[in-house]
Design a protein around this ligand. Sequence first.
Ligand code: DCP
Ligand code: MG
Length: 445
Amino acid sequence: MRPESEDSERDSASRHAKNQPGTAQPGTAQPGTAQLGNARPGGNRLDEETLRELRRSSILHVDMDAFFVSVELRSRPELKGRPVIVGYPADRSVVLSASYEARKFGVRSAMPMAVAVRMCPSAVVIEPRHKLYYEVSGQIMAIFGSITDLVEPLSVDEAFLDVGGAIRRLGPPREIGELIRRRVQSELGITASVGIAASKFVAKIASTRCKPDGLLLIGPDETVPYLHTLPVSALWGVGAKTVEVLARMGIRTVADVAATPLPSLRKILGATGEHVHRLSWGIDPRPVTPVRAEKSIGAEETFAVDTGDDALLHRELLRLSHRTAERLRTAGMHARTVALKLRYADFSTITRSRTVSTPIDSAQLLYGVAVQLLESVGPRPMTVRLVGIRAEQLEEAAQAPLQLSLDRRDDNWRAAEQALDRVTRKYGNKSVLPARLLDPGNGPR
Ligand code: DCP
Ligand code: MG
């Protein structure tokens, strides 16, 4: 991909800003622009007032343009500039992603494929490769994560970022938005659009309005005037039905909503009335909330008939270990602690846990610990209704020390289980199981 120079970056910033709020207004973009150099490493420090001003609009909404299509065009560049649709060609399937050229013909996501092809017979239809899109999605999120910890992914190709804490390091939010766009383009070969504002709601509107391949900053002072130019459907929570209800009352634009007294809106829309009214004045205090890494991963099963049979319990623990280990590996995590849960016939529940010296992600090792824990319970007072395994104190596999095995068998198990994961992913959950799990018996319900 073409590495862009500083100058072309500035050109593109001003090109995208043309006729859009956020640039011409003194007091919003100006302080940032004036201080561009200062925020760079080695430059002067931004003064506190400028920093405060820049932080007023520090929420980014970043969304890839025609994501599935753009990923496909990387390997078929000859299709660039042509109408392209990603979706299964069968009549009853729907459009997953449409290039902007196809959209000119009216093609949209979620439209039946048959309709789309009728609207745009010249479109090239490409079957989706979901695994590839998820891989690229991970790379997109990794770029976001290198900018700030405050990343809230919304779907495969979009996220909110709060870059308030990155301004000293990377420059004003607009610069950070351009940096992200440049990196997505040069590292992943696709384009992203970025909306910047003081709130999630307005940032999302901004990115939608500057698509494709754009950047739009809506400063705090111009938020309300800008919102008031939009139709009511731009407000979150206002779907087709609400649009209809409001239209019957003569309320068609965000400005109309803002001008409607709150009690009337409450009467028309119920509890949503308040929410919609607040949005119409640009009030959306929801913070960017990073998705926390899973704290634990586990699996449990209730037996069809309560049991006191050790062999059956062991077999179920092995099955649950496989399920848990597979999920650990999919999440790229290792566990330091393994917990066993037993629920007796009278619903009383006990847990036992053990921390291992080296983090693990193999079913055989999980199973080994689980059996030790079961033995540590001693004689059971009554039959067991439910059994569960939980992997806790998770660490990312990349950060965990290598899983050293006491003997080669552990490594072999691990390799075998990874092969099993691949087969499971390809053919579904039940295709391969260890022989011990294949014989029928009093299985879980
Ligand atoms: N997607 C899907 N089914 C849908 C909508 C979307 O599978 N009904 C997939 C395909 C899209 C991806 O999710 O490429 C991202 O969805 P977006 O809504 O962001 O749409 P695009 O990225 O395709 O286009 P835009 O440029 O409008 O963001
Ligand atoms: Mg998108």
